[in-house]
Design a protein around this ligand. Sequence first.
Ligand code: GP9
Ligand code: MN
Length: 696
Amino acid sequence: MKNLKNSWNRLLQSLKKNLKRVKEEHLIREYAKNNVLFLVFVISCVINSTLLRFFCINSTENYLAIAPILADLAIITIVGGLGFLLKPKNRFAYYLGFSIFFTLICVINSIYYTYYTSFASVSMLSLTQYVGDVGDAVVEQVISFKDFLYIIIGPVLLIVINSRLKKKNHYKKVEVKSERKKKTLKTIAVGVVFAIIFLFTLTPTDMSRLVKQWNREYIVMKYGIYVYQANDVIASIQPKINSLFGYDQAKKNFNDYFADKETHEDNELTGRFEGKNVIVIHGESLQTNLMDLSFNGEEVTPNLNRLASEGMFFSNFYSPVSVGTSSDAELMFNTSLLPTKSGTAFVSYSDRTYNAVPGLLKEQGYYTFSMHGNNADFWNRRNMHKSLGYDRFYSKADYDVTEENTVGLGINDYAFFDQSVDKLTKIAEKHDKWYGMMMMLSNHTPFSEVDKYGDFPVDIKETVTNEDGTTEEVSYPYMEGTKLGNYFKSAHYADGAIGELVDRLDEEGLLDNTVLIIYGDHDAKLPRADYNRLYNYDKETDSVLDEDDPNYKEYDSYQYELGRKVPLIIWSKDMDEDLIGEYTNVMSMYDVEPTLGNMFGFENEYALGHDIFDIKEDNIVVFPNGNWLTNDVYYNSQKGEYLALTDKAISQEEIDKNNQYASDLLDVSNEIIVFDLLKEDQTDENRVIENQEKGT
Ligand code: GP9
Ligand code: MN
């Protein structure tokens, strides 16, 4: 005991002595003076990472988080420490190189987050070819000053400091090899200490989320952007390696998952549309909230509203797309699978086997086709549409696209539908039964070609009576000149094209035995702040109401998330009365295939969604980030909190059960695609048949 006390005292004394030396000899100042490049490098990289987090994730937990700063410090200190191995005159190039590298990570993620509200993945590199096509959208809507701030704080600052150091002959100083080695080791040791302290802050949940990698926001909040990105590289390579090695486990999970699946019971919709022709309209960026809006007495989407009121309108329908946006919507609609965890199914896994709607209807004698005015290679549709079972894909090359009929990414929806009906007339002459999908294009972000959308004012017009009894019309700008306002104009334009399509189809007699299915592919990805003006406009001041104002309606992040729902409408000219109406149970894009299967008489036994008329109010919508939604609750897995939507009490047990369900669903869906399990399944069957044929 006495010995322990002595040693403790000795340790304290030596610590005091060293601290005194540091103070008296101005060692810190000396260190800073001699290693200014290293320090600027470390501090700027950590500030950039922290700024990025602050700009992207607005929560107190994030603002107060120390762990990501420790993780950043650990990585940057170690990388910076290795720079000491070089001679002083060579260090600037080293630090500048790495500073550019780390800054790029911040800039890319900053831009990416604004566009996708998620962090970037290297698995998306194969998609950069599409940036050219949507490039204007990115530049106009997404890039802002803050994206360049990182460059100023990082590389620019280093360059400025380097030129000052040069003037002061800083690099003339000689450091012998052993001295450089010692300095490197000491600095790396400091980095390791940061790493150890950081590891102590981690919980088992933090670690499991790092492995899963889909909860990107959470990972960045806990680990910082640099660890996230390094982990992302590993996670992106993993599927390729996994598809080589993890097959057996995936197959076992798949078998277990489907062994427990409940069988489908017939219901009032079973077989109701058997044998009918089908036109599916993929409505670019059409959100359900458009259908509730009018300006000066004119509805934004009068045609959608009419079709919804005359048909089956699914008003609580979500499209849980991931980074594959339009293509993810198509994937879910057609295959009842969810987006892949990394990359996109359309681009990375187009050679897999899918039990898709077109393929299944083809087996029933349908001629199947898809039509889209964009380049056939966009989202790799040229290949993927074959895998989905379309007999023919009509793409840009099949349309007469002129400068006059172009809006946004390509041929405008009016010209597209018009030319598509010409093609359909010929198809209908040749084939008894057909299934076709028409993909719209005009209502694509950034909704900036306002002059082409026609006259649809989104202001507030009022007639006022003057003192002398005369009247005049006054206008308050309201949504005019805002991005959201432009979106309404664009959506109104697209809605008009749907109206014209229906009229033209009717004229050609193509609606007589046809079911029309319209879905919005995903939300318009507009900032939440824009909705504040929509719901809290103060016309007197032409600005947004104060938050303290009694009329202020908070549009919080939950309302924003839930407001991203899209319409699903099933309509036919001779719709049975008993089917017409609004269907309010939560439903997802991946529930469409089993729901249609029940109506049209086909089945994908490996569908992950449900026939909504079978599961009804028990449905759960799972999002790729692990969030989920039921009729009663919306759960945010990123934050571990939920919003109750009804008075029903929510138990922890239910949350845990649904979290497990969401996790299993995302896993099995991903594995089906990555390991091509549907193909293997067919191979198994074939093997049995082959063996039977051989008499074994
Ligand atoms: C491109 C169109 C738009 O052909 O489908 O794709 P998005 O940018 O919405 O994913
Ligand atoms: Mn889209």
